[in-house]
Design a protein around this ligand. Sequence first.
Ligand code: ATP
Ligand code: ZN
Length: 642
Amino acid sequence: MSIQITFPDQHQQDFEDGVTVSAIASGISNSLAKKAVAGKLDGEFIDLNLPIEHDGALEIITKDSDEGLQILWQTGAFVLAAALKELYPDIHFGQGAAIEDGFYYDTDRKDGQVSADDLETVAKKMRELIKANAALKPVLLSRAEAFEMFKNDPFKKQLVEAAGDPIKGYQLGDFVDFESGVLAPSLSVLKHFSLLSVAGAYWEGKSSNPMLQRIYGTAYFKEEDLVEDAKRRQEAKDRDHRVIGRDLDLFFVDPEVGAGLPYWMPNGATIRRTIERYIVDKEVADGYEHVYTPVLANLDLYKTSGHWDHYREDMFPPMDMGDGEMLELRPMNCPSHIQIYKHHIRSYRELPLRIAELGQMHRYEKSGALSGLQRVREMTLNDGHTFVALDQVQEEFKKILSLIMDVYKDFNINDYTFRLSYRDPANTEKYFDDDKMWNQSQTMLKAAMDEMGLDYYEAEGEAAFYGPKLDIQTKTALGNEETMSTIQLDFMLPERFDLTYVGNDGEDHRPVMIHRGIVGTMERFVSYLIEMYKGAFPTWLAPTQVELIPVNLDLHMDYVKELRQKMVAAGLRVKIDDRNEKMGYKIREAQTKKVPYTLVVGDKEMGEAGVAVRKYGEDSTTEESAKMFIESIVAEIGNYSR
Ligand code: ATP
Ligand code: ZN
């Protein structure tokens, strides 16, 4: 009996039934055999040394591919568990898996959870196992066998139930596990690994379930890749907005008070207020009318808008007021701005009508997804809705996009791409039902982008349920893609709310609505900026712009206060460090707080109406007249981050 294997280049070859991936690789070349760590048959990973028993499309997974890394990380998870079991025979296991940058295993112990302090011991045990290089044997367990094997392990038992019958697993000595998928044939590939951290993780990700200890690790085939990875992780830590937010006292989130509900401390609030004032001024200058609308509304509003039908799982449950009224926290501001539109009879002369607000909204994000300011449950969106006549869509879209790009320049955001999101043509029933609307609006957005000469990519199936959109994707400091701004067309809400304007023909017409956010939510935007600037905010955003340090508190305080007054009058945010500390210490601390300008003032400066200026990040000090300094910093602030 022979089987037919199709290779990625469509070339086909017959092999004897039961041939292994390893044998096929050897047949092609020695170097391929050396690099191979697993196979992928018809899209599913298979062990290098297990027989192939049917025809299929085969890919050989090698060390230099992403999938090769995945196999390595699956092997890492397995060996981690094997080492833990040897060290702590009473340990229970939850899930273990390869993730995008390494692997993890969830564990639980009655007496003494595995902690970060134990990682060195665990790594040592893993190295012993790897060195012994015992055979890693694929095994096939019947469900009954697996139940028997894991009968004392409460989480594992549930995983057995979900795993089907029989279960493919691996054996190393006495240790058997099926959790992490197909493994590399030999432990020797796992030479360059490290265990990284331990963090709590709820069983099945549900906060009502027990908390397990998730142990993270990573591994690479080459040592230099592991070193590179460690550098990247350190960089990520240094930029982590949650860490910087704590160090600079910008904000906090206390799960005991409310997960995903941030508190902005004065420093963070100052940054946010500066951004809010900036963006409101910018929008008002661009023809927007800013409003304030309530976060609460009658649930019927969201039934009319369709949010209740299509967006409910992201919404907080309604509040039953006991008198028949149901109040809902808004997940979006659109229905509110529609109320503003509807409050008057609108004429074509008023269009485009641009309603904007720093609109607070609430979304019930999953607790596992919450992260600092980056993903929260209460957020304030730099929101706006433009109501236009159909023939104004293209122009208005271009105007909004120009505003967005202008704002980006002020923040010195240069790394972004455009994504035009369409509905999924294979799944149209998921979307608002109007083919003509979809086709027409998608065409208009595309035409506008082309007229502006911008590059973009088109993403089918990424549209909102009410219309196509343009997302502006930025890269975070750590390289992750994130949506910062959006422009979304909507032909549906005007229909649902029966919006009209009186045309110059005297008849009623339906406007088109454009949803747009420029810098997105204050929360996510500030988290982005913290990481981008590593906490060293440009002068116009810095909570404290100037720190004044008198050389001698008795002699120089009056002059310093006088300086502060002048600076405050010029609109600057100034602090005096009047503590009884050494000057060197105060200067260092101002650097730690990343204050853009530290000014030291002693006899010399007082005599010459001057200041000794030290810029953040620089070691040298320059003497300037106080007047010049104020003029130049004010000019710098006026230029934002350009
Ligand atoms: P995501 O895909 O990140 O959940 P979304 O596509 O649902 O976002 P939109 O409804 O387009 O987001 O929201 C508009 C803006 O709100 C976006 O700029 C997005 O960055 C921001 N945003 C959405 N959800 C959150 C959140 N939970 N915390 C902070 N900002 C958020
Ligand atoms: Zn909207």
